[in-house]
Structures are given as C-alpha cells and as structure tokens.
Design a protein. Structure first.
Length: 580
C-alpha cells in the first residue's frame, strides 16, 4: 500500500472513530433538558437500539408481551460480547438485573441507566470482566405512555412522567407472585433467563422531608438464610453505604414513615414475595430497591441513582467470588431445608444505630384550610442516632413434605410453577395415595379490592391423613429442588403471598350442592338410624347445647355435614402433601 493511500485509510479510521465516540457520548433527553425531563418509552428504546448498533458490548433483545401491547426489552452488557447468561454463570460473572419504571412516575432509573450504558460503551465507566448486566429499560410500558405532570403530587420533577398503574391499572410491584399482568409473566421469564445474583429495582420514595437523597431497601436478611443473609448485612451492605458516602451521598435504609416513630427507632422494610425484592429472595438473589427522596431535585436524584448503580457494579466485582459462593451455598441449603417460615414479626432485640439527618417540624397557618399545618423547617436541620431494627422472627413455621400433589385442573397454578422453573412430574396412571390434606376451617377476605383481588388472610386450617384418588396426569412437585422456597411459599395455604391468599383456589370456598329440608328430613332419619356413632354424637350435642336442640334447621345441617351426602371438596384445599 502506498504512503498516500495509507494516510487516507488512517484519516478515514480516525473520522469513523470520532463519529463512533460522538455517537457514544450523545446526550440523553434528561441531559439536553438540563436534568428536568425524562425520556419517553420510545426515546429510551431507540437509545438502546442505537448503542446496540455501535457497541459490541451492548445488545438489546425483544422479550415477552405486556398489557400495553408493546414487548418488554432486555438490554445486555458484557465485555465478552457473547450475551449468554448460562456461560456468564459458568465463567463466574456476577449477573446484575436492573429494573426500571415499574412505577413510571418514578423514572430516575430510566434516565440513569441510559447514561450508565452509554458511559460503559464509551469506556468512561469500565465494566469489570467478572460482572455482566441486564437492564429492563421500562417495565411498566402502559404507565410510561400515560404521561402527566400531576399524579405524583409530592414529587419534585421531572416535568412530565408516567403513571403508577399499568394498562390494567395494576401496581406491578404487587404482582410478582400472582402474575395478573403480562408484564409479570414476561418479567418472570427474564428473571429466570438471567438467573441474576443481584436485582436492583429503581424507585422514588414518598413520605416525610429529610436531608438524605438516597435510601435503600435490602432483601430481608432472614429470608436469605443464616449464612447468605448474615453475609449481606455484615459484609456486602457496608461496602455500598461506604462507597456512596465517598461519592457524597449519605445513604440510609428506606424510611417507612407510616410505621416509624423516631423516638422508638426505625424498622427494616419487610418485603413479602408480592414485591420484587421479596420475590427475588425466594431464589436466593440479593435484591435491592433504591428509593430516592421525592423532594430532591430530579437532576440530583438521577445522579444519585447513577452513582449507586456504579457502586453495585464495583462492589459486585470486588466481591464476586463471595457472592457466587454464598448463593451456591444458599441453593444447597434450600434443597436440604425442612422448615420454612411463612410469616415474620419484627424482633426488637436485633438492631444497630444509624445517623439520621432530618429537619425539625414546625407549625404555621395554612393558606389552603385556614387551620394549622405542619411543615419541615429547613432552617433547623438535625442529625441524630436512632435505632434501626433489622431482625425478624418467624411467626409461622411449616415443615416441607417430600412432595406436593396438584390436580391437573388447576392450570393457572401449574403454569406459574412451570414459569418459575419448578420441576414437575406427572402421574402415569390413576393412583390412590395416602396424603396429608388441609381443610380450610376459617379465613377472611379483604372487603375492598386490592390489586384486582379480595385477598384471603387470617387463614386457619386443620390437617388430616386420608387416602385420595388421583388421576393420570396430575402433577407432583418434589421438594428436592433449588426453588424449594418458592414451592413452599406458593403452595402452603397460610402463606402470606401464596396462591390461596391471592384467590387462585377460591373455587373450593363455595358449596356446590345442598338439599331441601322436606326431602332431607326422611333421608336424615335414615342416616342416623344406620349410623350409630353419628346418632350418639348428635344426642350429646343436643344435651350440651339447648339452643341447637331446639333448632330443626341446625340439626338437619349437622346430620348433613356429618354424612356421606356432604360434598368433601367444599373447603378441601386441593394441594396435597406426601410426607417423608
């Protein structure tokens, strides 16, 4: 090649390099607006598609459907350019999944993630070789398209933002176990496709005024078990707080003001599996909900979110071996575990002390009501130590069986178990088995709808051994799987966020057959004539309960419920247990 042609090639390469760097450094809508606007859904997706075309480190995949009619997308970032989560785990990479816009009125993570991926692509942020990242750019697409400037009345920017409800008006951060939305089912597929070691679900808080910009919900330690949970609290979390402090952000745990009396201290947020962090804990994933403070300027909140995501990346890289080892041990423990907690209560004996920086409260006449109003006086800041209670005690323990049996007619339950990678086998022929069976003795339901359900709670059950005939094709879930915790917490009827609580089995709560008194009178007489044991019980009840003895309807009902005529499926929980 001639000297002149060689110079031309070098100049062309230099021009292409400059063009590439310019494309990588392109400013986002957040940046071009001076930090007061957030990207729309379409702007965010186009942004990542552009990076996909220009950087071998970035790819964007079209994933499952949403209620809004648009698909979820997954952005994958890795130095190896292979984008194979299975190989990532084989290589010992820490896989981080970042979820944005579950509440699109809280879009901090949407904008922070766009800039983060660009800065990784242009090497402003160096992605360690032992970390790989997956990002859902916008989770609640329907809510993101429903833009306005008013529904987050407490929030200081951005100029416009999305709405909390999705296209079904569901709060998607209550949908991780019941999966009423297409989004939740698609998220489940993404979650198990990536099998993340760390989940970061970006949010904005709503509550009192204080000085801190960033607060953080961590996975409830107890739910991760005594080893992994202890390591998270004692080793990994302190790194996050120290790193954020070094960046100028004095981060504190999430402040749940509805349940906080600072004179008594502050409780750790308890996250049942309906929430992203509680759901992730079922699979031994370290999960975090960053919650920026809603009254801070939008630009400041996005910067704090950006810095925290960088912090997660660096901390994950520095602790990669421990994170992978701890999670592997947790899965092994799950397979061996026999007792599982279904509910938790705060333990006041377990706490540490944290520095909380707030503002003193004051009172002045309200221009809106003419009465006294409370406000936070920024002229009177304070910092004080408070107790932070982060321990919980199990309030309900259940012993896991050898296997659960689920009749094949409960297809919604079967589908969700399979979606969550539960290994199910099927009976090859009609089979009669001795099982442990639950009877629903009592329960309460929410009087008003909560996320599309009248949720069951305060469930009381009794258990009895009985022989049940199962059909060819019925399903068995053996408790020898890494996902044991998910299986138990979804199939036990007294679990806080299990299938029974979310009304999947409400068909058993309605009696299907009955009788007419005039017809049952003669049959009832025949029943007690031929059932000496029932007759003796009936006479004893009459003697002990005069009111009952004088009520013919009650007597007929008693005979009916204790006879072979009474339907056995009424309030019979349709998931059975084969014990060891």
């Amino acid at each position: 090649m001639s000297y002149k042609k060689n110079i031309q090639v070098k100049r062309l390469f230099f021009v292409l390099l400059l063009f590439s760097l310019k494309a990588y450094s392109q400013q986002s809508p957040f940046e071009t607006s001076g930090g007061i606007e957030t990207a729309t859904y379409f702007e965010a997706i186009d942004w990542y598609k552009g990076l996909d075309q220009k950087s071998k480190m970035v790819t964007i995949k079209t994933m499952g459907p949403t209620d809004a009619g648009f698909p979820l997308h997954l952005v994958m970032i890795s130095n190896d350019t292979k984008f194979d989560p299975g190989k990532w785990h084989q290589q010992g990479k820490v896989v981080i999944l970042i979820n944005n816009g579950i509440h699109p009125g809280e879009p901090d993570g949407i904008d922070a993630s766009m800039m983060l991926v660009r800065d990784i692509a242009n090497r402003k942020i160096i992605l360690p070789d032992n970390v790989a990242i997956g990002i859902i750019p916008v989770y609640n697409i329907g809510g993101c398209l429903n833009r306005n400037s008013y529904t987050r009345a407490n929030q200081n920017g951005p100029k416009e933002y999305g709405f909390r409800g999705n296209s079904q008006n569901l709060d998607l951060n209550r949908d991780f176990t019941k999966c009423d939305s297409k989004e939740a089912k698609s998220f489940t597929e993404i979650f198990h496709y990536l099998n993340p070691d760390i989940l970061v679900d970006n949010h904005v808080s709503d509550g009192a005024d204080f000085q801190h910009t960033m607060t953080l919900i961590s996975t409830q330690y107890n739910k991760l078990g005594p080893v992994q949970g202890k390591w998270l609290r004692e080793s990994f979390e302190p790194v996050l707080y120290q790193s954020m402090s070094a960046k100028g952000w004095e981060m504190i745990p999430y402040v749940d003001f509805g349940n906080t009396d600072f004179d008594k201290g502050m409780n750790m947020f308890m996250d049942p599996p309906r929430y992203s962090s509680g759901y992730a804990a079922l699979f031994n994933t370290l999960s975090f909900m960053p919650e920026t403070h809603m009254l801070k300027a939008y630009k400041e909140r996005v910067k704090a979110t950006y810095d925290l995501m960088v912090t997660f990346i660096i901390a994950a890289a520095d602790n990669a071996k421990q994170i992978k080892t701890q999670r592997s041990m947790a899965f092994s423990q799950s397979i061996q575990q026999r007792e599982f907690a279904l509910r938790w209560l705060p333990d006041s004996s377990v706490f540490c002390k944290i520095n909380f920086s707030g503002y003193e409260q004051a009172f002045v006449a309200s221009e809106a009501t003419g009465l006294q109003k409370m406000y936070y006086d920024h002229q009177k800041p304070f910092t004080k130590q408070i107790k932070y209670y982060h321990g919980f005690s199990p309030a309900a323990l259940v012993t896991a069986p050898k296997a659960y049996i689920i009749p094949q007619g409960w297809t919604e339950v079967i589908d969700l178990l399979l979606l969550n990678k539960v290994q199910l086998s099927r009976l090859k022929k009609d089979t009669s088995l001795l099982v442990n069976a639950y009877h629903i003795d009592d329960y309460k339901s929410y009087p008003h709808a909560y996320e599309k359900h009248h949720k069951n709670h305060a469930v009381k059950v009794t258990q009895a051994q009985k022989r049940v005939k199962f059909l060819k094709g019925d399903y068995m879930a053996y408790l020898n799987q890494p996902v044991n915790r998910y299986i138990v917490e979804m199939l036990e009827p007294t679990a806080e966020d299990g299938f029974f609580s979310w009304n999947f089995f409400d068909g058993i709560l309605q009696q299907k057959e009955g009788y007419s008194d005039y017809r049952w009178e003669d049959i009832a007489a025949s029943v007690i004539q031929h059932d000496t044991s029932l007759k003796l019980k009936l006479e004893a009840k009459k003697l002990s309960d005069p009111k009952f003895a004088a009520d013919s309807k009650a007597i007929l009902e008693y005979i009916y419920k204790n006879s072979l005529y009474y339907e056995t499926v009424y309030k019979q929980y349709p998931v059975y247990k084969i014990e060891y």
